[in-house]
Structures are given as structure tokens and as C-alpha cells.
Design a protein around this ligand. Structure first.
Ligand code: KIV
Length: 283
């Protein structure tokens, strides 16, 4: 049965870890639902791992909606979070509510996620006031990685950790149901997790957070452009796919594929009839 935001709060209370993964397409969503993930994120990381952009900034609302719809079709009974892309919420509260609404109306997501702490509090409040569930995202926030000096771990000094703690508390106060912490030290993950009543989901935030998320292409070993320190590869799909492609090419070239079992034969007697027709028409 699909979990709700109340289940996630209860899981935190009981110390049960929340399982979370990014997902961008229908076949992977089917497998994720079968595996029993608690939540899926249609992340704007789709821009990097599916479209090959160098960052997440070019991703549009249209792309996010199409991918969210595919994931919803594949995982009808899983809690899905849609990721608000760059400039879909930063400019005004009205934009934020309209675009969060599009995710719900057009892709039937259960919640949306947006990046930033105190500077997006008005947007979080507006979306929550409009009746939608919001996940905050602080630490390394890829949409503002330019300001952060690149894809770098955050909160490594006491002062910057204090800023992130204040952001987390403000996000909770604004009505978010969860906070994603990206690339922060485990001790900071622990402090935020202990001080917030809402669940924390970590990616590179250590063991003490309430749940873990990874990028699906990273954990399956399918994205080779770069691998952040926090990634654990649970499979080496690139190697398997490369071998399959190589075998296919080889078998086409050597005539080993297709075999008889891969062919559709003409109906009984039709082959002879065709031969006669060809002869009659001198073709
Ligand atoms: O877009 C995304 O996939 C994310 C990850 C950092 C979880 O936000």
C-alpha cells in the first residue's frame, strides 16, 4: 500500500529507516515498486544522467512532468516526489504554487521537493498553504552549485553547519514534511535529525539520518561521467550492457542472429502461392 507523509513521521519515531531512490522512467519505476521502496524522487538529476547536461540548470518543467508521468505509470502505489527544476519556484511564490500544482495535476505526484533554506521559506509556506506536501533540500544544492563553488560538501565548518541547522529548522517551521540533506558531514546529519521532528533523508549525509537516497544510475553502475564519494555501486550494469551490445553487434556481423526461433513464417501454402504470383507478373 502507498505510504503517506504520516507513515514517514511514524517511521522516524520508531527508528525505521526510509528507503528512497531517484527514478526517471517507466521500466525502472516498475522494478522500484516491485522492490518495495518507500519513496521515489523524480529528480532534476535527470538532466545529467539521462539527458547528458553538465548540470541541472537546463532542466525544464515540461521534462520533469513527462518523466514524473512515466514514473507514476510504473509505480502507481509508491509515494512519488517531483523535483522542482531551476527557475520554477525561485522568482515568486505564485510561480512556486503553479508549478507545484502542475506536478500534482499532470503527473499525480504525492509531494514536491525544492532546493534552499531560509531564502525559499515563503515558497514552502505558499505551497503548503495551497494543500501540497513539500520536501526541503539543503547542503549541496546543485541548482546553486555556482554560488557554492561547485559540487562541494557543505557544513564542514561550525559556522556553516550553524547556517544549515537554522535552514533545517526554518524549513520544518514552514510546514515541510521532510528534509533532504546532501553532502554534509555525518555529525551535522545527526544534529539536524535529532532537532527536527520531520524525517531527514540523506545523500552523502552519513548514517544518522532517517532515510537514504541515491541516484539510481549511480547505484546501478550506469553513469560513468563522475562518481561522488557518497555513492555505493550495488551493480555494474555498464559492464553488462557493454557486453550485450558487443555480442549483438558480433552476431549481426557473423549472421548468428536472428535464428529460426526469432522469425515469423508465412502461413501454410502461402509461400508457394507468392512464388506463382511473382512468376506470373514477371517480377
Ligand atoms: O535531483 C536529484 O536527484 C536530487 C538528488 C540529490 C537526490 O535532488
Amino acid at each position: 500500500m502507498k505510504k503517506t507523509i504520516l507513515d514517514f513521521t511514524e517511521m522516524k519515531r520508531k527508528g525505521e529507516k526510509i528507503t528512497f531512490l531517484t527514478c526517471y522512467d517507466y521500466p525502472t519505476a516498475c522494478l522500484c515498486e516491485k522492490a518495495g521502496f518507500d519513496m521515489l524522487l523524480v529528480g532534476d538529476s535527470v538532466g545529467m544522467v539521462v539527458y547528458g547536461y553538465r548540470g541541472t540548470l537546463p532542466v525544464t518543467m515540461e521534462q520533469m512532468i513527462v518523466h514524473s508521468q512515466a514514473v507514476r505509470r510504473g509505480a502507481p502505489d509508491t509515494f512519488i516526489v517531483g523535483d522542482m527544476p531551476f527557475l520554477s519556484y525561485q522568482q515568486s511564490v505564485k510561480d512556486a504554487i503553479c508549478n507545484a500544482g502542475r506536478f500534482h495535476k499532470e503527473a499525480e505526484v504525492d509531494a514536491i521537493k525544492l532546493e534552499g533554506g531560509r531564502r525559499v521559506i515563503k515558497q514552502i509556506e505558499g505551497i503548503v498553504d495551497a494543500g501540497m506536501s513539500v520536501m526541503g533540500h539543503i547542503g549541496l544544492t546543485p541548482q546553486s552549485s555556482g554560488q557554492l563553488g561547485g559540487f562541494k560538501a557543505q557544513g564542514r565548518t561550525a559556522e556553516s553547519a550553524m547556517e544549515l541547522i537554522s535552514d533545517a529548522l526554518a524549513i520544518e517551521k514552514a510546514g515541510a514534511f521532510a528534509i533532504l540533506l546532501e553532502a554534509v558531514p555525518p555529525e551535522l546529519g545527526k544534529i539536524i535529525t535529532e532537532r527536527c521532528r520531520i524525517p531527514t533523508l540523506g545523500i552523502g549525509a552519513g548514517i544518522h539520518v532517517d532515510g537514504q537516497i541515491l541516484i539510481v544510475s549511480d547505484m546501478l553502475g550506469m553513469f560513468e561521467a563522475f562518481t561522488p564519494r557518497f555513492v555505493k555501486k550495488y551493480a555494474a550494469l555498464s559492464e553488462i550492457i557493454e557486453k550485450a551490445f558487443g555480442d549483438y553487434i558480433e552476431e549481426i556481423r557473423t549472421g548468428k542472429f536472428p535464428q529460426e526461433k526469432h522469425c515469423y513464417r508465412m502461413l501454410e501454402g502461402e509461400s508457394e502461392k507468392l512464388k506463382t504470383l511473382l512468376e506470373k507478373k514477371h517480377i
